[in-house]
Design a protein around this ligand. Sequence first.
Ligand SMILES: NC(=O)c1ccc[n+]([C@@H]2O[C@H](COP(=O)([O-])OP(=O)(O)OC[C@H]3O[C@@H](n4cnc5c(N)ncnc54)[C@H](O)[C@@H]3O)[C@@H](O)[C@H]2O)c1
Length: 345
Amino acid sequence: MRTRKLKAGVIGLGMGRNHAAGYAAHPKCELFAVCDADRGRAQEAAEKYGARHILRDWRKLLAMEELDLVSIAVPNYLHARMTIAALRAGKHVLCEKPMATRLADAEAMVRAARRAGKRLMINMSYRFDPLQQELHRRILRGDLGDLYYAKSHYTRRHGTPGRPGSWFMSKRKAGGGPSVDLGVHAYDLVWWHLGSPRPTWVLGGMFGELLPRRLGAVGSRDNVDDLACAMVRFATGQVIFFEASWEGHQPGHQGFEIYGAKAGASCRDWESNLKMTIHSDDRRGRPVDRPLKAPRRRTSAYRHFVDACLDPEMPMLASGEECIHVARVLDALQRSQKTGRAVRV
Ligand SMILES: NC(=O)c1ccc[n+]([C@@H]2O[C@H](COP(=O)([O-])OP(=O)(O)OC[C@H]3O[C@@H](n4cnc5c(N)ncnc54)[C@H](O)[C@@H]3O)[C@@H](O)[C@H]2O)c1
């Protein structure tokens, strides 16, 4: 029986603080090392979550033989480089979303995991909300019947992350604006609920109406989108429409509607106070709306990832192999915007 705890390292201590907390809370894992170019951030996380080692150089962290698994929670353009290096160093990897800034890099990450025989998970953290887990359980049980259409929205009125000049607003460093930052969650959640079907066509649109003007006013030449939308068709005949914005003259809206042959599901406000409702008809055809209650049992992406590293046979949610299909859709959205046409995935 295994007695030794797995040792975890985290690179990037913004969002990475959640990873550190998740590893520290797992009974079979310990937070061993944290690394950030900003030493103060790493130090703070180490003190709070009990890491033994604090580093500024990510290559030194990956060279630590004791480490079993690593979280990559740095700006998007560093995901592929660090993930591939970590896999080559024999570590399991939990990488933040979006996978990479270019599709070819995301594909290289999946190949590197296959070659290394190590786990690669992408932090599709929203899937682990207890209500999303409960809805998914009911979908698998057949409560909603066959699912055929979903709409998903992750829009903010004023919600651009970072300041002008930050990596979030650089196309090269982020790979895009809300299309990749929020769109990845909006699309992934409903795609997962719909059974992860294989996409065939994407028709998308991207806009930069408000943000480039604001950035230009402060002398920045960054030019990422501030709103994006896409319709995705699948070989199964299913369709998903999703939209994401950081800025827009509309109230923000975070949620989805899923249409099933027996019942539908709607989700509201996943950024603040998530509510989920199941919609169906009673025997007389009258509409019935039932709020879904969260189960007592809680999990998290970090807990799930550690469990998957401990048990090589355990099916893992949001693996690199699975999420590459999400990366292909985001790439197709950008190609559709460039060509003005629906594009094959
Ligand atoms: N899954 C989610 O729900 C979720 C939520 C927020 C952010 N994210 C993702 O997490 C990642 C980080 O986002 P953030 O909001 O924490 O950004 P951030 O800019 O706040 O933090 C990034 C950290 O990485 C550090 N860093 C940068 N380059 C480094 C290097 N070469 N070596 C070591 N450290 C380095 C920075 O000093 C900084 O502390 C992004 O990919 C983002 O998309 C995911």
